[in-house]
Design a protein. Structure first.
Length: 438
């Protein structure tokens, strides 16, 4: 079986490499020549645990190929996945120009029946738009070739993307063509170790499923952040409340950790996009608007605590910041709370010394630049700093030497944006600990 994956971003590259890993012949296509050349030489455009290994192994075996030529790649491919970016437009809706350009090119260059499946997170009705683009391109060349459109949203998490893809909880496929359903079933057979994990449905439902999943998870987080803020006011402990409610399986233990707000490429963008879709159809998604508002506010909570402690004017103070990426195990800084926190600290006159195990290059080159200084390790960031800020809960920050930190820091003060430290223990050691809702 041969397939093409268009777009070598997170979703495209991980999907392509994982399909190759189970024995499928995959051509990964991208318009970015540099990226494609890099991949051929084993240079990963993103950091993702386990990815480099499977890309290199499958490229060496010939099962995984990289190309900039979409027309050539789709010859003999039974499926073409569209996994290109859908950046938010100015009004918050997903911009489909890249998706539709790929559809158009497939229509112009296909030479046999093909299933065109969108993997990018796209608004409801995109399936129809993809179909219209391909049809128009075929009509232009007077071709009577047939094709099917499918929606196959991806649920992988950054930092665990390979594992999520290889062992999916579910595979959602929206399709309205029997032949396409058979092809998709065959393609995904290797990933269903324990029974049938494919859920077939109509295309709009598959498109809605992706947004609804992300919106629900974002809702859990914002809900818990809201509750954590109230816990502080009433003198309750959000960690205890979290454990108390999480033990009810209907609520579950996951995604109820309060913190400095969610970031990344999915939640912020998808929550905005589904609100926008609602508006287009004259429906106000009130809960999700609140989810977004709470998250925007939550990114400021840590600085509010800092100002409560040190006063509004932070001139002359230096803060050690541990963690820059939006979550651990990724170098991704898209919508990272760290960016908001840094800007606010600097606006108040402070200096920031940042450290992140993986994301510093990305931070320096794209998101934060020279606004802060970058430390060579976690302890180096604390030398002469006036407080420690924990922003991303990388494992290496979990059990630091408090003894050493107490000597390096000017003040024994910790702002723990992810509640990873035990308040009582730190207080016994003479530290002041500020958490979220604790
Ligand atoms: C998410 C979805 O989990 C995934 O299924 C989808 O395909 C893409 O979006 P991702 O953005 O990679 O994945 O990260 P995720 O691990 O879900 O975390 C998102 C954000 O929520 C992070 O900023 C994280 O710190 C935050 N978070 C998560 C919390 O603040 N509290 C929690 O309890 C869980």
């Amino acid at each position: 079986m041969k397939i093409t994956v268009v777009g070598t971003g997170y979703v495209g590259l991980v999907s392509g490499a994982c399909f190759a890993e189970v024995g499928i012949n995959v051509v990964c296509v991208d318009v970015d020549k540099k990226k494609i050349e890099g991949l051929k030489n084993g240079v990963m455009p993103i950091y993702e645990p386990g990815l480099e290994e499977i890309v290199k192994r499958n490229y060496a075996s010939g099962r995984l190929q990289f190309s900039t030529d979409l027309g050539e790649a789709i010859q003999g491919s039974e499926v073409a996945f569209i996994a290109v970016g859908t950046p938010p437009g100015e009004d918050g809706s997903a911009d489909l120009k890249y998706v539709l350009a790929v559809a158009d090119e497939i229509g112009a260059k296909m030479s046999d029946y093909i299933v065109v499946a969108t993997k990018s997170t796209v608004p409801v009705t995109t399936g129809e738009k993809v179909r219209t683009s391909i049809k128009a391109a075929l009509e232009e060349r007077n071709s009577d070739l047939t094709f099917a459109v499918a929606s196959n949203p991806e649920f992988l998490k950054e930092g665990a993307a390979v594992e999520d893809f290889m062992k999916p909880d579910r595979i959602v496929i929206g399709v309205d063509d029997e032949r396409a359903e058979e092809i998709m079933k065959r393609l995904y057979k290797p990933f269903q170790l324990n029974g049938d994990r494919i859920i077939f449905m109509d295309i709009p439902s598959a498109e809605m499923t992706k947004y609804t999943a992300n919106a629900m998870l974002a809702t859990k987080i914002s809900f818990m952040n809201d509750i954590a803020n109230l816990c502080e006011l009433v003198g309750a402990n959000a960690n205890m409340v979290r454990k108390g409610i999480g033990s009810d399986p209907r609520i579950g233990t996951k995604f109820i950790y309060p913190g400095v707000g969610y970031g990344g490429s999915c939640f912020p963008k998808d929550v905005k996009a589904i609100i926008k879709t609602g508006k287009q159809y004259g429906y106000d998604l009130k809960v999700l608007q609140a989810v977004e508002d709470v998250n925007d506010a939550q990114k400021h909570v840590l600085v509010k605590k800092i100002k409560n402690h040190f006063g509004d004017d932070l001139a002359g103070l230096t803060f050690a910041m541990w963690g820059l990426s939006f979550k651990p195990n990724t170098d991704d800084l898209r919508e990272a709370p760290a960016i908001v926190i840094i800007d606010e600290l600097i606006a108040a006159g402070a200096t920031v010394k940042g450290y992140d195990p993986i994301a510093m290059k990305e931070a320096q080159h794209i998101y934060i630049g020279d606004k802060i200084t970058y430390a060579k390790d976690a302890y180096d960031a604390c030398v002469d700093a006036d407080a420690l800020l924990l922003v991303t809960e990388w494992s290496e920050f979990r059990i630091p030497s408090w003894d050493a930190l107490g000597k390096l820091l000017n003040n024994k003060v910790v702002f723990d944006g992810r509640n990873i430290y035990d308040k009582n223990y730190l207080e016994e050691l003479g530290f002041v600990h500020y958490g979220i809702g604790v």
